[in-house]
Design a protein around this ligand. Sequence first.
Ligand SMILES: Nc1ncnc2c1ncn2[C@@H]1O[C@H](COP(=O)(O)OP(=O)(O)O)[C@@H](O)[C@H]1O
Ligand SMILES: [Mg+2]
Length: 145
Amino acid sequence: MERTYLLKGQEETRRAAEKLAQSLTPGDVVCLYGELGAGKTTFCQGALKALGVKERVTSPTFTILQQYQGKDFPVYHFDVYRVHDPEELFEIGFEECMEGRRGVCFVEWAGLVEELLPENAIRVFLSYEEDGEEGRVMRVVYPGD
Ligand SMILES: Nc1ncnc2c1ncn2[C@@H]1O[C@H](COP(=O)(O)OP(=O)(O)O)[C@@H](O)[C@H]1O
Ligand SMILES: [Mg+2]
């Protein structure tokens, strides 16, 4: 199943993420692709809110992982932009988060660690709208597509 959405403004990015998050269950991994400013963190903010995270969500650029408690399960928010060596990810428990199935994982800059991602992840590709328009295009690819 693959779907494309046109998102006019950050509120639409948040709302699309909230909607997608409603069907997430522990063990799910959501991989976010897209250049700087494409809306990956905005997406995570909407999704985490829908999962019952009350804190303000920002990119965990320097810590790589920020863990939250959602309403029903933990939520692991990764930003792997500054990861230079996969070893760094193992040290902070990336694999356990992916495979432990205790909560839901979000991975910003997923393309940088593609070989470490589970095959059955949900992939969300965000890009700038063409022709200088302000919006974003979001393509969602579910496993098995
Ligand atoms: N659909 C959209 N249309 C216009 N601007 C958006 C949209 N979604 C997000 N933005 C804006 O883009 C900027 C960068 O978003 P952010 O989520 O931080 O990107 P990333 O994490 O991919 O670097 C923010 O100012 C955000 O409000
Ligand atoms: Mg970000």
